[in-house]
Design a protein around this ligand. Structure first.
Ligand code: FES
Length: 282
């Protein structure tokens, strides 16, 4: 198995698309799962959510944000080079079924990981609305792909540099309010799936209090460290019970997730990551 890098492109500032030759992983992978990647034998293990699967070509696309040492090593590799390790698929696949209309929301680095769910939900007979957003235009990615794959598609930026000025949650709220007023023309919106920074997932989940009969699913993918169920780094309290995002998730019912523990832990990671990244750059 070569795990050769077949394509590499900067999709948004600091976020790279990489397509890897990994036919066994591609055969088995499902939307919502992730892989563990190491650039070199002595590199750290990096869990990355699968952004696209091409079963025929035997390739996996992932998006890599160059943040820490391990991710920077990966994004500095070139087309034609091979990764030392590419293990997967890991984690529980997204619980995709026939719902009616599903709104898929991708915020910032959550945009790429939510992409494979479009096809998965469509294959299950759903109408798919996508809402993607970022702080500004330079952080947006895959707009054309989303537009082509979705039944209805919206783009937002916090600063108004592209698409609608505002947050992804505002679009979701509008659509759900329309539905409540009997003015939504598609099939009933029964589920909202959000992948993005924990604060976005928390705000989206809080907003869903007004729509108790619509499901909200979130992906705690940013919490994962080694992705093996061994390090405990991705512990998350769900419905009062400790779960591991890498084994029990990464997707959970947003209403059951204790977001405060998620955000506190991530703040600790960010600091460690910034320290490691600075050392790598020095
Ligand atoms: Fe280490 Fe889940 S990432 S236990």
């Amino acid at each position: 198995m070569s795990f050769k890098i077949l394509e590499k492109e900067e999709m948004a500032a600091g976020v790279w698309k990489m397509v890897i030759d990994a036919s066994d992983v591609a055969k088995a992978a499902k939307a919502g799962q992730f892989v563990i990647v190491r650039a070199y034998d002595d590199s750290e293990r990096i869990p990355l959510t699968i952004a696209d699967i091409d079963r025929e070509k035997g390739t996996i696309m992932m998006s890599v944000q160059a943040l820490g040492k391990g991710t920077k090593q990966i994004t500095k590799m070139e087309v034609g080079e091979s990764l030392a390790d590419f293990v997967g698929p890991l984690g529980t696949p997204a619980d995709v079924k026939k719902i009616g209309t599903v709104i898929l929301v991708g915020g910032g680095v959550g945009i790429a990981p939510i992409y494979p769910q479009i096809q998965a939900y469509k294959d299950a007979g759903n109408r798919v609305v996508t809402v993607i957003g970022a702080r500004n235009e330079s952080l947006l990615m895959m707009e054309k792909e989303f537009e082509a794959a979705s039944d209805e598609h919206y783009v937002t930026t916090d600063d108004g540099s592209k698409g609608r000025h505002g947050f992804v949650t505002e679009v979701v709220k509008e659509l759900l309010d329309k539905q409540n007023a009997g003015e939504y023309e598609g099939e009933r919106i029964g589920r909202v799936v959000v992948i993005g920074p924990p604060i976005l997932m928390k705000v989206a989940t809080d907003m869903m209090k007004d729509y108790p009969d619509v499901e909200i699913i979130v992906s705690i993918n940013a919490m994962m460290v080694d992705g093996t169920g061994m390090c405990g780094g991705c512990r998350v309290v769900v419905d009062g019970e400790v779960k591991f995002a890498c084994v029990d998730g990464p997707e959970f019912d947003g209403r059951l997730v204790d977001f405060d523990t998620v955000m506190n832990r991530l703040m600790i990671y960010r600091k460690d990551e910034a320290d490691a990244s600075q050392k790598y750059d020095e």
